[in-house]
Design a protein around this ligand. Structure first.
Ligand SMILES: Cc1ncc(C[n+]2csc(CCOP(=O)(O)OP(=O)(O)O)c2C)c(N)n1
Length: 658
């Protein structure tokens, strides 16, 4: 292996040597601890250290890095306290996640490191968001994100590179090409000869480097980062290396040909660099020994502290509380003297515009939302007022864009992402359910993202433009869900959702956009998230509903002259149990109505809760009226049969008779 040290001072070479030696010595210790059964699992980066260390050393300390499971060198080069790192691996309180997540699954903003979640790929979208913030703030910072060669087959990788390419975002997409994805060799994972060939397809620059040569990695990254800081753009960096140990220690390397392991052992990044420094007399054998001793003692000290810790004592209240970022706010009361009649769609637009005015750090992202104004015209005219930097047309890539929202949040910004139709959110499920929802609970990072969800049936648009999918999110701790039924609530709840630093799914029924109107205060105001609204009062029964269901319930109540409480839930998560309790106690009869399908719908949870908490008040079973358990059909006759409206009257009569 040839090292070209012309551009390095002896001090720098020594620094790099220490930086690459440290993760190697930690790993060697971990392998011993594993054999002694003192740690549970280990993903080895032995043989790949030059990449993590070279990249980290070449970037500024305040430039974000998103490492993966074999990148211990990123953490050690940024000097995370070893005892905290070890405690994190042991699941103790001194670690970074209060014992809630394992291994490298945490971030530290103080060190500008955002660790992975288990899912391979989503880190790329997050990196684009961090880089976007750097562009919007003109801070001239580069972001580096790691991938294994196997993980590059994930759609997230493709989406994020394409997004970074189109938006000229300064992200170094690193591929550690190490020959295997778990047990499956490269030839069964992809057919490109080199990853840099893919760069051409994305219209970006690709660079390939010997990933076992720390000086080559360092110089390449330093050079491209310097250029990207001045001229923001993504670069794909392929680092050629080899995975010398099993996927994780327990899985072994039986399936790896011995001659491959031998050939790559000869290219060991630490041993070769050490030999080079000794040959060049940059370091002496005794200095090497001193350094090893010093690092080993640092490791042992760290371990002593970490192993002295116990697993956390479980505190249910704390576990539940940390699901959300704490956020206390007093609702902004509207001036009711200044109002105008608005359609539902205009109220949403109004709330969005006033939030953009209030928060200069707020960015809107979505398909066709810029000059075109979005398919429902909610952002019509926004580009003229706020410019294209903040009103961002996206390529068709929901996952990367939601991931970018989290990246913006990490960098201190806010975002609203418009799904063109709520149905398409399935493309972004990993980012929502695993990244946005869990990040605060895992390591305290808020995810200040609102996702707007044009939802619902009734327009004969078929199974993929009509779904009610709020229940997908209802089951995911960490999200909030709001679902207004009228223009007044639509504006106030949207403004509140944008204020809230937690991830909020904001459902807006498409059929209501232009079919209903109401008085809406002109000025900015908010409605408290988590509070239901009693829209009709009565004593004989309670109808609990939301969205379009509110209109169906109000119509039938007038038609049947019902003496009923009608509760518009407005927020589905967390939902207003107090209001439900008080009403059920008063009326003793309950019907839950929603447009979503019956089985596993939100009504099921509310009914179960009522039966547990309000059983003694009930004079009848809790009834549910919902859509049929089928996809949403296209033909209007089938669609109307699918929807619950036609079954509502009969069920109410049944309930009153019971
Ligand atoms: C979305 C997803 N699918 C599957 C896995 C299980 N898994 C974890 S690591 C791994 C192999 C990764 O290979 P590669 O990306 O080449 O990285 P390497 O382990 O070689 O560094 C697999 C299949 C996962 N973590 N995430």
């Amino acid at each position: 292996m040839k090292f070209d040290a012309r551009n390095f001072t002896p001090e720098k070479l020594l620094r790099l040597y220490e930086a690459i030696l440290k993760p190697r010595l930690i790993e060697e210790k971990m392998l011993i601890l594993l054999r002694q059964n003192k740690i549970s699992k280990w993903f080895s980066g032995i043989g790949q250290e030059a990449i993590a260390v070279g990249v980290t050393e070449a970037l500024d300390p305040d430039e974000y890095i998103l490492p993966m499971h074999r990148n211990l060198g990123v953490f050690t080069s940024r000097n995370l306290p070893l005892e905290k790192l070890f405690a994190q691996w042991q699941g103790t309180l001194l670690g970074y996640t209060k014992g809630r997540d394992r291994s490298f699954h945490f971030g530290s903003n103080a060190h500008h490191i955002i660790g992975m979640i288990s899912h391979l790929g989503p880190q790329n979208g997050v990196a684009t968001g961090i880089a976007l913030a750097s562009v919007l703030k003109s801070s001239g910072k580069v972001t580096a994100v790691f991938n294994g060669d196997g993980g590059t087959s994930e759609g997230d990788f493709h989406e994020a590179i394409n997004l970074a390419s189109v938006w000229d975002l300064p992200v170094i997409f690193i591929v550690e090409n190490n020959g295997y994805g778990l047990s499956t060799p490269s030839r069964e994972q992809f057919r490109c000869a080199h990853f840099i060939d893919k760069a051409t397809g994305y219209g970006i620059e690709g660079r390939q480097v010997d990933g076992n040569n720390i000086l080559a990695v360092y110089e390449t990254v330093a050079e491209i980062a310097a250029s990207m800081r001045k001229n923001p753009r993504p670069v794909l960096l392929e680092c050629l290396t080899f995975r010398m140990r099993g996927h994780e220690e327990a899985s072994g390397t039986k399936y790896v040909p011995a001659e491959l392991l031998e050939a790559w052992a000869a290219k060991d990044p630490v041993e070769n660099f050490e030999r080079f420094l000794l040959a060049e007399k940059i370091i002496t054998k005794s200095k090497v020994e001193d350094l090893r001793k010093r690092i080993k003692s640092e490791v042992n000290n760290g371990l002593k502290i970490a192993f002295a810790e116990n697993h956390p004592v479980a505190d249910t209240e704390l576990e539940l509380r940390d699901v959300y970022t704490p956020f206390q706010t007093t609702p902004v009361v509207p001036d009711l003297n200044k109002s105008s009649e608005k359609r539902f769609v205009d109220a949403i637009s109004d709330g969005l515009r006033q939030s953009m005015e209030k928060y200069p750090e707020l960015v809107l992202m979505g398909q066709d939302i810029a000059e075109y104004g979005g398919v429902f015209k909610i952002t019509d005219g926004f580009v003229a007022q706020f410019g294209k930097q903040r009103i961002r047309n996206t390529p068709i890539c929901e996952a990367a864009v939601v991931g970018a929202g989290l990246g913006l949040s990490i960098a201190g910004m806010k975002s609203v992402v418009e799904m063109q139709f709520a149905d398409f959110v399935s493309e972004a499920m990993t980012q929502i359910a695993n990244n946005l929802a869990k990040t605060h609970w895992r390591w305290g990072q808020h995810a200040d993202v609102v996702i707007r969800m044009p939802t619902g049936a009734g327009t004969a648009a078929g199974p993929f433009h009509s779904q009610s999918n709020e229940a997908w999110f209802f089951h995911t701790p960490g999200l909030k869900i709001v679902y207004p039924s009228n223009p007044y609530d639509a504006k106030g709840l949207l403004c509140a959702a944008i204020e809230d630093p937690n991830p909020v799914m904001y459902f807006e029924h498409k059929l209501l956009y232009r079919s209903i109107r109401g008085e809406v205060p002109d000025d900015y105001y908010t409605i408290e998230i988590g509070k239901a609204n009693i829209v009709r009062e009565g004593n004989e029964m309670t109808i609990i509903t939301y969205g379009m269901g509110v209109h169906w319930a109000m119509d039938i109540a007038s038609e049947m002259n019902l003496d009923a409480d009608i509760i518009d839930m407005r927020t589905l998560l967390p939902w207003d149990k107090d209001t439900v309790y008080a009403s059920v106690k008063k009326t003793s009869r309950v019907l839950i109505l929603h447009e979503d399908t019956l089985t596993g719908g939100i009504g099921a949870e509310i009914a179960a809760w009522i039966s547990e908490e309000c059983f003694r008040f009930l004079d009848a079973p809790v009834y549910r009226v919902a859509s049929l358990d089928t996809p949403v059909p296209f033909a209007p006759t089938l669609e109307q049969n699918f929807l619950p409206k036609g079954r509502l009257k009969g069920k109410i009569e049944e309930l009153l008779k019971f």
